[in-house]
Ligand binder design. Structure first.
Ligand SMILES: [Zn+2]
Length: 410
C-alpha cells in the first residue's frame, strides 16, 4: 500500500455538466452561462484542464467515465453495466456468471418490425415493477431450475443473472442500451436475442405474460443489455492509501464504490434529480471527512438528466444549485485547510444531441496555496481547454492530483 497522503481530497462530480456552445446563449455553454461564484472563485486561485475519461473506442457511459475518475482503467476493469449494478446490490456471484442489466421496457412488439416506445415503461413505479418481476420469476418456465434468474431492482432497472453465461456465446451478444432507442426500430436487437438459446424463450414468455390482463403498467418486454462477468476492482485504500467514500443517488456510482471497497454514504431524500437533497449529501461527506475519511466522491446526477431531457433552463439551474449548494458549502468549510478539490463532470451531455459524447471533460483543481495557479477568471469548458493541460488516460487523474498537490512523494 502507498503511504497515506497527508491531504484530504474532495471530488465533486456534476454528471453530464459539460456541454457545447449554444446560439441561444450567445455562444456560451450552459456552464459558461450559469452563475457559479464558488467555482469561479476557486478557478481564480487554482488550475484547470481537460481529462479524457472515455478511453478511445469505449462507449461514453457514466459507468466508464466515473470508473476513470475513481482511478480505475475502464479498458482493463470494465465488464459491463449489469455487473456494476449487481455490485451496488451486494449480489453474491460466481466468477463465470453473466450479469445483465434488465429493463422493463415499453415497445410496440418484440418482433423485427417493433419500435422502442419507452426504456422506462413510463417511469414504472418500483412497487408495480417488483410485483411483475416476482410473478415472472415464479411462473415463467425459462426461470425455473435453469441458469436464468431475475433480480428485482428500482423502477424500470432490474438484473438478470445467467449462471455460467460468462464463458458462453451470450457474453458477446450485442444489445443496445434501450435509452438510446426511443422511437427507433429494434430489429437488430430482436435478431440478436433470437440467436440466444437462453434468452429467446425467456423474452417470448415475458412478452406473453406482460401482454396479459394482470399487467396494469406500460411494460411490454424485458430488455437485457450491458452484460458482463462480475466486477472486481482493486481495493481503493490498498491502491491509493486513501480511506474513500462515494455519495450518490445513482446505483452505478454506489456499485463502483462498493466494488472498490469504499464506504457508500447515504442521505435521505436523494433523487438523482434537480430536487435532490444537496444539504444531506454535503453533510454526509463532511461527516465522513471529519471522522477519518481522506477522499470523498460526491456525485450529482441532475445536469445529465436535464441534458437528456434537452431542457436548457433546468440544466443551467442544476449547475447553479451544484455550485451554490455543494461546491460553496464545502469550499467554505475546507477551502482554507489542506484539502484538495477536484470539480469535474464525468462526460459531456450536450443539449444539442441529448446524449453522452466521448470528448475530454473540463476539470478544476483547487487547493489552498496552489502554486500552479492558472489565473483563470471563470471555470468553463473553454477556460479549461485553453490551459493546454490534458490528462490522459483519464484514470491517471487521481494519482496525478495526489502527486501534483504534494500529497505523496512521486
Ligand atoms: Zn454520466
Amino acid at each position: 500500500m502507498p503511504d497515506a497522503p497527508s491531504r484530504k481530497y474532495l471530488f465533486l462530480i456534476a454528471d453530464g455538466m459539460g456541454d457545447w456552445p449554444m446560439q441561444e446563449l450567445g455562444g456560451k455553454t450552459v456552464l459558461g452561462a450559469a452563475n457559479t461564484p464558488a467555482m469561479d472563485a476557486m478557478a481564480r486561485q487554482g488550475l484547470a484542464g481537460l481529462c479524457r475519461t472515455i478511453p478511445p473506442g469505449m462507449p461514453p457511459g457514466s459507468d466508464v467515465a466515473n470508473m476513470s475518475l475513481l482511478g480505475y482503467d475502464p479498458a482493463a476493469n470494465h465488464t459491463g453495466r449489469g455487473p456494476i449494478e449487481a455490485a451496488a446490490q451486494g449480489l453474491a456471484l460466481a466468477p463465470d456468471d453473466l450479469v445483465w442489466r434488465c429493463n422493463l421496457v415499453d415497445l410496440t412488439a418484440l418482433a423485427p418490425h417493433g419500435i422502442m416506445r419507452d426504456y422506462s415503461s413510463g417511469h414504472i413505479t418500483t412497487e408495480a415493477a417488483r410485483t411483475l418481476i416476482a410473478q415472472m420469476q415464479a411462473t415463467l418456465p425459462s426461470l425455473q431450475d435453469g441458469p436464468l434468474q431475475l433480480i428485482p431492482g428500482i423502477q424500470y432497472r432490474h438484473l438478470l443473472v445467467q449462471k455460467g453465461g460468462a464463458t458462453g456465446p451470450d457474453a458477446t451478444l450485442h444489445i443496445r442500451p434501450p435509452h438510446d432507442l426511443t422511437d427507433k426500430p429494434i430489429a437488430d436487437d430482436v435478431a440478436a436475442y433470437a440467436s440466444s438459446a437462453a434468452l429467446a424463450p425467456l423474452l417470448q414468455e415475458a412478452a406473453a405474460f406482460l401482454a396479459g390482463p394482470h399487467n396494469p403498467t406500460r411494460a411490454r418486454s424485458l430488455w437485457p443489455w450491458g452484460q458482463g462477468r462480475p466486477l472486481h476492482l482493486e481495493d481503493f485504500h490498498r491502491k491509493t492509501g486513501l480511506r474513500g467514500a462515494v455519495m450518490s443517488a445513482v446505483d452505478l456510482i454506489n456499485g463502483l464504490g462498493r466494488a472498490a471497497g469504499m464506504t457508500v454514504l447515504h442521505a435521505e431524500g436523494i433523487t438523482g434529480l434537480l430536487d435532490t437533497n444537496y444539504e444531506g449529501k454535503v453533510q454526509a461527506a463532511m461527516d465522513f471527512l471529519d471522522s477519518g475519511g481522506d477522499f470523498v466522491f460526491l456525485h450529482v446526477e441532475a445536469p445529465d438528466e436535464c441534458g437528456h431531457a434537452g431542457n436548457m433552463e433546468d440544466k443551467i439551474e442544476s449547475i447553479q444549485r451544484f455550485d451554490a449548494r455543494v461546491v460553496q458549502p464545502l469550499y467554505q468549510r475546507y477551502g482554507q485547510t489542506d484539502a484538495v478539490f477536484c470539480i469535474a463532470c464525468d462526460h459531456l451531455t450536450p443539449l444539442e444531441v441529448r446524449t453522452h459524447v466521448p470528448e475530454p471533460v473540463p476539470f478544476l483543481l483547487y487547493w489552498n496555496g496552489c502554486h500552479l495557479c492558472a489565473g483563470l477568471s471563470v471555470f468553463t469548458e473553454a477556460t479549461a481547454a485553453n490551459t493546454g493541460l490534458v490528462i490522459e488516460p483519464g484514470h491517471t487523474l487521481l494519482d496525478w492530483i495526489v502527486r501534483t498537490t504534494g500529497g505523496r512523494q512521486a
